[in-house]
Design a binder for this molecule. Sequence first.
Ligand code: DGL
Length: 278
Amino acid sequence: MNSTTTIAGPIGVFDSGFGGLSILREIRKVLPQYDYLFLGDNARAPYGSRSFDIVYEFTLQAVRYLFGHGCQLVILACNTASAKALRTIQQHDLPVIDPMRRVLGVIRPTVEKVGDITHTGHVGVFGTPGTIQSQSYNIEIAKLHPSFKVYGQACPMWVPLVENQESDGPGADYFVQKYIHALLEQSAQIDAVILGCTHYPLLLDKIKQYMPASVSVMPQGEIVAASLVDYLRRHPEMEVRCRRGGQCRYLTTEDADKFSSLAGVFLGETVSAEKVTL
Ligand code: DGL
């Protein structure tokens, strides 16, 4: 065994709760050959309304945990964590913890795709209050497409609807229409909308039902998955550090049975989770 083989570990996928499973599902479709370690901080979710400092602290704890369990590469499959913690972890923590390991987020890959979707350059973003207040999408889109106009709409009720399995209920109809209306009121020229929260794909059918047909809706799972394929192709030194085996373990900071039953809604398959403490 050479040294790179001995240090290979599962790809870590982190979310505040269940939402990241919508990203993991798409990643495993295109990269089934690797091992994965999913961690949901369900006991402290939602992160969406928490302060910058707290989201950073919790996310760093999760990243350290995943590193401690062998992950060389961690995906923050959570927009709120990507918005509020990723940059600080990449710039300040990784060089100290281990400069060879990597933490990647979901915002940059999504933004790289938006130029292919919009014709008007007026882009809407749905996200948690934390993601929208951070202006992370505005900042990243401005770097790649300075002429684009970005309109953020916080959707504080969407995550609770999903977490409480009300995605198909009448409450979801009400709040989906409410936030779509609030977004489109900001500009009649919006023709592309980013679903900037990993929970929102579970509301996709209703969002499409109430969104005008002229507006493209962009869920992130496939985009992030394609971006990871590209990343591993461009970074063979990291690819060899990602263990092959096709297995996935699910860790949660909340009750394992509770996690396992709701995870099935996101994954379309039953899983058996383990409870951990960060
Ligand atoms: N999954 C998180 C995100 O993508 C939202 C859930 C939360 O508020 O914790 O932003």
